[in-house]
Design a protein around this ligand. Structure first.
Ligand code: HEM
Length: 126
């Protein structure tokens, strides 16, 4: 991490705290999904320990980290699930709550929220 750079030039990946922090956040997001009645049925069959490294690589690569994401693209990953707008918002709620829980700053939350929002058309009603 380059501490000499300010928030305008440091990657979102660095400002989130790098891979270890993103992995911890991914775990919190998954646990919140399991506890969220709006989406838990989607994840009950999921393998937590298998999914977290995929989510970690996805967020890391998508925020400027050195990782290569080798998982499915968002269209393929969610195709056939017929995910609703309500479910999408519920997932965003869980993501924001997890970011709060990990003390992520307002600006970083907003940037990540915008990245997630930009993926909506690939995820909802596919
Ligand atoms: C911005 C929002 C979202 C992001 C960034 C996201 C990201 C991902 C990623 C990276 C994967 C793994 C792909 C792979 O296996 O290679 C995945 C799988 C999945 N997603 Fe999403 N997703 C989002 C929203 C949603 C929503 C709204 C739902 C439904 C409520 C959902 C349900 C699932 C399910 C059920 C899986 C498969 C899990 C498994 O393999 O066990 N996702 N998602």
């Amino acid at each position: 991490m380059d501490h000499s750079k300010n928030s305008a030039t440091r990657s979102l990946y660095d400002r989130l705290g790098g891979e270890d922090r993103i992995r911890a956040i991914a775990g919190t997001i998954f646990d919140r999904h399991i506890g969220n009645p709006a989406v838990q049925r989607r994840y009950v069959a999921s393998d937590r320990e298998a999914l977290i490294p995929i989510l970690t690589a996805f967020v890391s690569a998508g925020t400027g980290g050195p990782q290569t994401y080798t998982g499915k693209d968002m269209l393929v990953a969610h195709r056939g699930m017929n995910i609703s707008d309500q479910e999408f918002v519920a997932v965003l709620d869980d993501i924001l709550a997890a970011l709060d829980e990990h003390g992520v700053g307002q600006r970083e939350k907003e940037e990540l929220l915008m990245i997630c929002w930009s993926l909506k058309d690939q995820i909802v009603r596919q």
